[in-house]
Design a protein around this ligand. Structure first.
Ligand code: NCD
Ligand code: ZN
Ligand code: ZN
Ligand code: ZN
Length: 442
């Protein structure tokens, strides 16, 4: 039994000082004022002055296993997660081989069970011809469909195939960028070699807007539970906001790099292809639109799209450098800093990183601190400052686009299924494994 004493917990919309008792089964057994909770807990954490948040759930993570373990694996990804206060991750299917059959998912399940120190779930990859597998597969977060090519070889653009996939009855997660526009722009700008700005010209705003409109149109037709990945443009925020008025099964996420970086910033110029990412970093007005969409409740969740690539891969020229940036370990610190700066409230942040991911994906037992829920808890100190450093990154890639950024608001401890896995940035318990999450209706 674990007792977390005197932390601030959200109770009916207000942060109150409470203590949390966790049972031997890894679930919360009681939340109350300290005097009510005299117990025989064998482990006590004094969390005075800290906030206890429901553990962050990141629905978009590339753990790279199997096949790309030079970049990351389930252990290193999950270490980065706990250090960043993330207690549940959903792995993406663009591995080698891609996760497109039930048998391959079973193989991946074994790999995660052996290595992952946080809780986990899986997205299943869609291809133009694996509909039978999609219909058969059980307990997945969603079927991921790449409508627009990105890292890996998953891509479906054919109208009939998309209709079949969207009509499969499964929850869909769409990477929506118009492939024909990207390909035409690649021809047009073939001679250029200018990192983030070139990437923005090739994967222009309208390519994302056009394909998101297409995804929504197909989704509406089939009544699909549709989740839009990494929304990045002002155009998409308008499209999604309008569609959500009557398309209730539509949800979306925004990635931290799109909230904190722009293609024409000094950071992006300095980092060059390190910040080559799909969709690309955008411009100021897009970033402003994303924050506005967060505050208007259009954005359901923050998801990192943690996509680690090695330095030597990133240091190739633009045309060869792979797309993607890491983000698991830095998402909460950046967002806590944003809370301190008044850009979002802490209560909103809880919605964006726990409540909504749990509700949208139908995750059992997670998303809230309440009796009977899993004891996935992130303790944060809103007063402490820290500088984000490449050297502290636990991802195999060993770098972050936010190196040198000073943030106020840090992750003090991360508790997974009632086990204190990480405290003060150090992995305290490496041997305990996370569990596969269970979904309602997928
Ligand atoms: C991702 C990756 O590297 O796997 N890259 C990226 O730029 N976001 C793939 C993806 O999610 O599109
Ligand atoms: Zn993507
Ligand atoms: Zn991704
Ligand atoms: Zn404090």
């Amino acid at each position: 039994m674990l007792l977390i004493k005197n932390c601030k917990v959200l109770v009916n919309g207000e942060f109150l000082e409470r203590s949390i008792l966790v049972g031997g089964n890894g679930k919360i057994t009681k939340i109350g004022v300290a005097s009510e909770l005299k117990s025989a807990a064998d482990e006590v954490i004094d969390a005075t002055g800290k906030h206890a948040l429901p553990g962050a759930i990141d629905v978009h993570v590339h753990c790279r296993e199997p096949g790309m373990t030079q970049k990351e694996d389930f252990l290193t990804a999950s270490k980065a997660a706990v250090a960043g206060g993330v207690t549940t991750i959903f792995d993406m299917p663009n591995t080698k081989p891609a996760t497109t059959t039930v048998a391959l998912l079973e193989e991946k399940r074994k790999l995660a069970a052996a290595k992952c120190i946080v809780n986990y779930g899986f997205h299943f990859g869609a291809t133009a011809d694996n509909l039978e597998e999609i219909k058969k597969v059980l307990n997945i977060a969603a079927v991921k469909v790449y409508m627009g090519s990105s890292t890996g070889n998953l891509l479906v653009t054919d109208e009939k195939a998309l209709n079949d996939i969207f009509g499969s009855g499964k929850r869909l997660m769409a990477h929506a960028e118009n492939e024909a526009m990207i390909k035409a722009n690649e021809e047009k700008y073939r001679g250029d070699s200018d990192g983030a700005k070139l990437h923005l010209k090739i994967r222009e705003n309208s390519a994302a807007a056009k394909e998101v409109e297409r995804a929504i149109a197909i989704g509406r037709k089939h009544g699909t539970r549709l989740h839009i990945c990494h929304m990045s443009t002002k155009e998409e925020t308008a499209i999604v906001a309008a569609a959500k008025k009557d398309y209730k099964l539509l949800s979306c996420e925004v990635a931290p790099h799109h909230l904190f970086l722009t293609a024409d910033s000094e950071t992006a110029t300095k980092l060059g292809n390190y910040v080559k990412v799909n969709p690309p970093l955008r411009l100021k007005e897009d970033v402003a639109a994303l924050w506005k969409a967060i505050n208007e409740g259009v954005v359901d969740m923050i998801a990192t799209d943690h996509a680690p690539h090695l330095r030597e891969e990133k240091e190739q020229g633009y045309w060869n450098a792979p797309s993607g940036v890491p983000g698991l370990q830095t998402m909460l610190p950046l967002m806590l800093d944003a809370v301190n700066k008044g850009r979002v409230s802490l209560q909103q942040l809880i919605r964006l990183t726990s409540e909504n991911p749990a509700a949208v994906f139908g995750i059992k037992g997670k998303g809230k601190l309440a009796v009977g829920m899993d004891a996935d808890i992130t303790l944060v100190d809103m007063h402490k400052e820290k500088t984000i450093k490449n050297d502290d990154m636990l991802s195999k890639c060993g770098w972050t686009p936010f190196d040198g950024w000073k943030v106020k608001g840090i992750v003090a401890a991360t508790i997974v299924n009632g086990n204190v896995i990480c405290s003060d940035g150090e992995i305290a318990e490496e041997k305990i494994r996370g569990k596969e999450v269970m979904f309602n209706g997928n």
